[in-house]
Design a protein around this ligand. Structure first.
Ligand code: BES
Ligand code: ZN
Length: 461
């Protein structure tokens, strides 16, 4: 039963029978939970969140660039101004500069749209005969002489990197991968590798046209040019601020996170300055709150490079911290006025203590009075925590806004109402677990109070 429906039932019952005393206990509980919520939510100033977003989204914050360093400095300084000791975890990542020259020439064919490159691909200018090599599995090269030739490979079944390494191992000098669906590919090889040969991507239509000529027995010679690409090493960072329990500590630890980096070209006001700014404001509000639980506020670097900051964080956790971490709340894209309603995603699709606490807080605080729903999605920093068995969830709005990962992801698209709702719900959920009067969560599977909420398969983009 939805909380709102329950409330109206309670109200009807007390009016009918004038026996309010019978209902006093649940009503009292509701009031006391709301009184505790208010200790946090009344202190949250949404203008602070907005101002952090405005500051952070002045430029894109690509991991490993000076712009990330500036964001890290800002976050660290803010945490310290609330009285926290901070820890900056530095880790190595690769950055990639796109090629400035990317061409494919085959007699009789104009490549329009132009070929695209693979992130972490290598440079080279190669002329050679095209050989069709199926999906690029090891077995696709058996009995074929590809030495010094260009392998034409279809997308699917294996990673781009595997296809390229298999072709290179068989002796090919370059690789062309064509799409298995409509549209242009923007692939990544996941990271650098000394074994790569120059490679590029073309559309399905272009690839099939080449294959048809090869199938007809024609010898097709191509020239492939990839120049100006560069893979470099750089440093990214996680910023960590820890609030110690103020009284009779349970020893438990709750994590509240967001990623501070953005993709190239995108100011990332919503993705994810919004989550970072909300982490900062919650840290400010919790700085003096009475808790029997430690709370760690973390902003991750290099999320957009493959969740690298959160994987790094998990890897550096001590055995003790691993044992005492009872939940991880990730906020990513929590402020767009052009996105759908709030949802909590877990990487395994199962509800957990974090979604239980979030759903209950949603029922108490959301405009609709309904528990926040949950669904299944990875794609953010909750994933590495789930993988090691820590209950974690992503708070996000779905469907996401059309400006996602674009230069239009700017401060003017940010909604104060959305920020208010998420900061209140996450703040209240964390406080329900962390405040001294509620029992330790331990290995709890449900929130201190039972919640009724639903699973949603919602379109994301
Ligand atoms: N904020 C997004 C995650 C996201 C976007 C989740 C849209 C749900 C819907 C995140 O920053 C991102 O872009 N993640 C990457 C995946 C990651 C492993 C590099 C993505 O979804 O492409
Ligand atoms: Zn994001």
């Amino acid at each position: 039963m939805r909380r709102k429906a329950l409330l109206s039932l309670l109200l009807t019952a007390s009016l009918c029978f004038s026996t309010a005393a019978v209902w006093a206990a649940p009503e009292k509980n509701l009031t006391s939970d709301q009184a505790f919520d208010n200790k946090i939510v009344k202190r949250i100033k949404v203008e602070n969140i907005y101002n952090h977003i405005a500051e952070l989204s002045k430029t894109p914050r690509v991991a490993g660039t000076p712009a990330e360093d500036r964001a890290v400095e800002y976050i660290k300084r803010e945490f310290e101004s609330y009285g926290y000791d901070t820890d900056v975890q530095e880790f190595e990542i690769y950055t990639y500069t796109e090629p400035d020259q990317l061409e494919l020439h085959v007699d009789g064919i104009t490549f329009d749209p132009a070929p695209s490159s693979f992130q972490y691909g290598v440079n080279g200018t190669v002329t050679g005969e095209l050989i069709y090599c199926g999906l690029g599995a090891e077995s696709d090269f058996e009995g074929k002489d590809v030495t010094g030739k260009i392998a034409l490979i279809k997308r699917g079944s294996y990673t781009f990197a595997t296809k390229i390494l298999n072709a290179a191992a068989a002796g090919a000098s370059a690789v062309i991968i064509y799409n298995n669906a409509d549209g242009v590919m923007n692939g990544t090889l996941g990271g650098p590798d000394d074994g790569y040969v120059p490679s590029l991507a073309i559309t399905n239509e272009q690839g099939e046209a080449l294959k048809t000529r090869l199938d007809a027995g024609e010898t097709v010679t191509a020239t492939l040019i990839v120049e100006g690409a560069a893979t470099d090493k750089a440093m990214s960072h996680n910023v960590v601020a820890t609030k110690k329990a103020t009284q009779k500590s349970t020893g438990e630890l709750i994590l509240v996170g967001a990623h501070h980096d953005s993709v190239e070209g995108a100011p990332g006001a919503n993705d994810d300055a919004s989550g970072t700014a909300t982490v900062l404001e919650l840290a400010r509000v919790f700085a003096n709150a009475p808790t029997d639980t430690d709370i760690r506020f973390v902003t991750f670097g290099a999320e957009e490079n493959g969740l690298l900051g959160s994987y790094e964080y998990v890897e550096r956790m001590t055995e003790e911290d691993y044992e005492r971490t009872v939940g991880m709340f990730q906020m990513d894209m929590v402020g767009s006025k052009d996105a759908g309603p709030l949802i909590m995603y877990t990487a395994d699709g199962e509800k957990n203590i974090v979604t239980d606490l979030g759903a209950a807080a949603g029922a108490r605080l959301s405009e609709t009075g309904e528990a926040t729903p949950y669904g299944m999605e990875g794609r953010s920093d909750h994933v590495p925590f789930t993988e090691v068995g820590i209950p974690a969830a992503l708070f996000i709005h779905a469907p996401v806004e059309p400006w996602y990962h674009s230069p239009e992801d700017t401060i003017d698209k940010i909604s104060l109402d959305k920020l208010t709702e998420v900061s209140h719900i996450v703040g209240a959920a964390v406080y329900q677990a962390a405040r001294p009067d509620t029992p330790a969560l331990g290995k709890a599977k449900v929130a201190p109070k039972e919640v009724d909420y639903h699973f949603e398969e919602r379109e994301l983009e």
